[in-house]
Design a protein around this ligand. Structure first.
Ligand code: ADP
Ligand code: MG
Length: 328
């Protein structure tokens, strides 16, 4: 079964940032209010995520690492099938098959409670040992790809890998203002983001994640029609140092890359603000969950709207109006 995991992981655990994304998603799923991310050497040496969520019980710890493992592989077709399953219920198993992983957790309030299970590549230590931990979970992933040298060779410089990690972190921190976040690299604090309970705190978070320049040149908007609401920030053309990558769009709190959305924004931007300007934005579209299917693909951030035309028109006209007013 670990062989299957390793093959799947080879396809899906691309780099430290993909590990960070999966582990943060697990922490969010566990209902955490605080998530801390520690990175060493761009993530190649260490990725550690600590949360204060529901925790994993003693009996469930080994299961969390081995669940959904495929027991047999018969053909190449099946191999490809495993790979394409991606992270559907096997993120931890996949990650542990290509790293030295330590999973420590506690479901009780008692800080002396807590248990740990460790895995090293394909070998999982069968014992669960006592390990004091506050309520919640810590996952430490060391020496990513230590047993798959071909993969390890594809890792870029420490700085590049960390930039990808930070980007994964940024997206998640922008998606949940009700969670407090910390990101450290080589023991240096990069982002310290307390739970943002008011506008002030929200703006501080934005400034930390995107730079003060973004906020100083952005327009705030909040427009609702029927079951659709669009809110967030759009960069104005005065924002001359606009970075091409500052484009964040969330649908019901999930980061999404979508052609229809990108098109609507680009159109509105171009219509009002001259050609050649690169739109920068952090936008949240809240829709009735029944009109959208966010889980088209578990890792690709795709989305399918039941009525794409209506969403497109709403986005276009909302942005057109807001940008037009700002320009007047
Ligand atoms: P999936 O998230 O798709 O279920 P994973 O391999 O990511 O698969 O995680 C396996 C299981 O381990 C989860 O379903 C969950 O029960 C448990 N788990 C993982 N991380 C955490 C966490 N941070 N807090 C609580 N439970 C967790
Ligand atoms: Mg998961």
């Amino acid at each position: 079964p670990r062989l299957a995991n390793q093959i799947a992981a080879g396809e899906v655990v691309e780099r430290p940032a993909s590990v960070v994304k999966e582990l943060i998603e697990n922490a969010i799923d566990a209902g955490s209010t605080r998530i801390e991310v520690d990175i060493e050497s761009g993530g190649a040496r260490l990725i550690r995520i600590r949360d204060d969520g529901s925790g994993i019980g003693e009996e469930d710890l080994p299961l969390a690492l081995s669940r959904h493992a495929t027991s047999k592989i018969l053909s190449l077709e099946e191999l490809e099938g495993v790979a394409s399953l991606g992270f559907r219920g096997e993120a931890l198993a996949s990650i542990s098959s290509v790293s030295r992983l330590e999973l420590t957790s506690n479901v009780e309030q008692d800080p002396q409670g807590g248990w740990r299970v460790v895995a090293e590549g394909r070998r999982m230590e069968p014992r669960v040992t006592p390990a004091p931990h506050p309520r919640g979970t810590s996952v430490a992933v060391r020496d990513l790809f230590f047993n798959t040298p071909a993969r390890r060779k594809f890792l870029r410089t420490e700085k590049t890998e960390f930039n990808h990690v930070e980007e994964a972190f940024r997206r998640q921190a922008l998606s949940r203002f009700d969670i407090g976040w910390t990101l450290r690299h080589n023991q240096k604090t990069i982002h310290q983001l307390p739970v943002a309970r008011d506008d002030h705190a929200v703006e501080r978070r934005l400034a930390s994640l995107l730079g003060k320049n973004f906020l100083d040149n952005a327009l705030t908007l909040d427009i609702a029609t029927g079951s659709l609401r669009l809110w967030g920030w759009v960069g104005l053309p005065t924002h001359s140092r606009a970075q091409a990558d500052q484009q964040y769009f969330f649908v019901n709190g999930r980061v999404v890359r979508d052609r229809l959305v990108a098109h609507a924004i680009r159109q509105a931007y171009r219509d009002v603000l001259f050609n050649g300007r690169h739109p920068v934005f952090v936008l949240y579209l809240d829709v009735d969950p029944t009109v959208v299917d966010v889980n088209v693909h578990p890792t690709k951030h795709e989305v399918r709207f039941r009525d794409g035309r209506m969403v497109h028109d709403f986005l276009f006209s909302s942005l057109h109006r807001a940008l037009g007013e700002a320009r007047a």
